[in-house]
Design a protein around this ligand. Sequence first.
Ligand code: HEC
Ligand code: HEC
Length: 344
Amino acid sequence: MHLLRSFGLAASLLLAGAVHADDLLALARARFQPIPDTPPALPGNPATPAKVELGRMLYFDPRVSASRPGSCNSCHNVGLGGVDGKEAVIGHSWQQGGRNTPTIFNAVFNTARFWDGRAQDVEEQAGGSRFNPIELALPQAELSEQLATIPGYAAAFAAAFPGEPAPVTLANAQKAIAVFGATLITPDAPFDKYLRGDASALTATQKEGLQLFMSKGCAECHNGINLGGNMYAPFGILERPGADVLPRADKGRFMVTETVGDQYVFKVPTLRNIALTAPYFHSGRAWDLGQSVGVMAASQIGAPVNAEEVQKITSFLESLTGEQARIVYPILPPSVAAAQRPEP
Ligand code: HEC
Ligand code: HEC
């Protein structure tokens, strides 16, 4: 074993069979990081209590967007693992047909955003990755005029952006939603405790699942703090899944880049809280976690995975459920007669 390690053959070491407990932890630490206990700071957008509070209000306000049904929370429900529990919705991607709602939880750590990584608007194309995905979710021209004419919001924007003569702007609404969104993190999953050194945080089966997750190649794509959310990959590298889980009409990133190699390329989604966020895949066509692990094993990796191994990997994925954010539902400023009415 030491010989192998000295050649740096971590993968072979894993393939060789059971690894020593310390080696497993070291290998895991090289690929994954725990969720921090406190929300990350956003560059150029410092969090203040007033800004977080405004973001919370906007997040739950169904009047925030004229074109979408409901608030952010109707689709990214904070009581439902940050998703809506539906197959696919007409959401941000309305022009491309329905896709499954990704979780908002820990989205602040994603660098690959949206299923196809498209830019939201020209400004973002120019600005590149300095924008955060949560900020982007409220695109240009989406702050409904109705919302801007609700007098109660003036004070909340003024408190969140002190010193600005006209603080009720789309850019400020995006910033406020982003700092609130950054609070939607789920620390202290059993896997986080394990990464921090608590060997008893995972069951024996989950450790075997973790080992398989790395040795079979899942972690080639699902790695980092979110076990995903940092790259794009073809869905069906080895074998294209059936049209039941991969409807042929949605060609993913190809629709953004028009490069043949990008056909059926999608964001590698986070596996954090995966046990809470069924149904799975951009199509939302798989309801069972074990089934989606089976689909991944058949379509994404070269090594064969048997039913028992699928079960162990699934058990490991269950250790990724963290402490769910506890949110106080905000009281929203009332609409007034002079405000613009909702579109019928
Ligand atoms: C009608 C349902 C719906 C509403 C309302 C909605 N979303 Fe989404 N959201 C989605 C769907 C569907 C996607 C994935 C779209 C895609 O990738 O093509 C998504 C993607 C996202 C992402 C990207 C996540 C990632 O890491 O890829 C973020 C962040 C996000 N939404 C936040 C928000 C915020 C904040 C609001 C409120 C301003 C909001 N959403 C309103 C359905 C919705
Ligand atoms: C080559 C990159 C790659 C590898 C290797 C890979 N995945 Fe994935 N995984 C993806 C992509 C891309 C998606 C999104 C597919 C889609 O919905 O279009 C995904 C989706 C998933 C999902 C569904 C997540 C959700 O929220 O819908 C699960 C679960 C999953 N992978 C687990 C695994 C497991 C377990 C392995 C190893 C057996 C694995 N993946 C190997 C790229 C990969």
